[in-house]
Design a protein around this ligand. Structure first.
Ligand SMILES: NC(=O)c1ccc[n+]([C@@H]2O[C@H](COP(=O)([O-])OP(=O)(O)OC[C@H]3O[C@@H](n4cnc5c(N)ncnc54)[C@H](OP(=O)(O)O)[C@@H]3O)[C@@H](O)[C@H]2O)c1
Length: 246
């Protein structure tokens, strides 16, 4: 039984997909949840579905350091942080300019570091907390056009291990979840580009099929809970068996 009663949890990227599902599940398991996202209406939809009292919501673009610093000033102390906010933005390397690299890195990697750094500097991450970053299985299985995205996720995985090391004295645990393709807006974008037939063909590479947001949320709440109290610095693949066929 996963129980998050009494835990105060921050979830970024909660206006959509994996972040939304995780926020709702964490609330159902007893957590007080603070959600952030850019789109006010979609964030509010998530907020309305949260159980319990004292939940909070903040609209913020986390790709800018000043927004992160302002946001963390308004936030309470946390027992858990889940950084789901991210973009994929695929682009073949011959079209890549610095602006593209900046855009992807700012939210996928810089925000991971700056958000946790700012919360730590303000004393808002309690001892024995759990921090989770959402990476991607693509760091182990690259795809065409993934230059910026894959590098940003690989950087986040390295950060996860560094931070796990730095924060172990405070018993703060830091882990990554690395999903394969999950049916969110990211999947829908791919489906629009490739069409149903190609997606069905691609799904055959996944022995258990593509993932659902709940598949990721279930793993995240385990990492948020005391049941995972001896797990830190790990990268957990959630890929429906994709890597078996590597
Ligand atoms: N779905 C997959 O197949 C898959 C696989 C591996 C890893 N992942 C990772 O899982 C995480 C969640 O992805 P998802 O599939 O749930 O995607 P999604 O449905 O597109 O959700 C992305 C979330 O990130 C937020 N976001 C994006 N840029 C932001 C910014 N600059 N500032 C603040 N928030 C921002 C979005 O907010 P708004 O909508 O409000 O703009 C949204 O809430 C991402 O890090 C992604 O890389 C996804």
């Amino acid at each position: 039984m996963i129980d998050l009663t009494g835990k105060n949890i921050l979830i970024t990227g909660a206006s959509s997909g994996i972040g939304r599902e995780t926020a709702i599940l964490a609330g159902n398991l007893g957590a007080v949840v603070t959600v952030t996202g850019r789109n006010k209406n979609r964030l509010d939809e998530t907020f309305q579905r949260l159980k319990g009292k004292n939940n909070l919501q903040f609209v913020a673009d986390l790709s800018e350091e000043k927004n992160i610093v302002e946001l963390t000033g308004h936030l309470p102390e946390f027992d858990g942080i889940v950084h789901c906010a991210g973009i994929t933005s695929p682009m073949p390397v011959k079209f890549i300019r610095e602006k593209h690299l900046q855009e992807v890195f700012k939210i996928n990697y810089f925000a991971s570091v700056l958000l946790t750094g700012s919360l730590l500097s303000k004393g808002k991450i309690k001892n024995a907390s759990s921090i989770i970053f959402v990476s991607s299985v693509s760091t182990q299985l690259p795809y065409f056009g993934g230059t910026a995205y894959i590098a940003s996720k690989a950087a986040t995985e390295s950060y996860c291990k560094t931070l796990a090391f730095e924060l172990a004295p405070q018993k703060i645990r830091v882990n990554c979840i690395s999903p394969g393709l999950v049916r969110t807006a990211v999947y829908e974008e791919m489906r629009t580009g490739y069409g149903d037939e190609k997606m069905e063909e691609y799904e055959k590479k996944y022995p258990l099929g593509f993932g659902k947001p709940a598949d990721v949320a279930n793993a995240v709440v385990f990492l948020l809970s005391d049941a995972s109290g001896w797990i830190t610095g790990t990268i957990i693949n959630l890929d429906g068996g994709l890597l078996l066929g590597r």
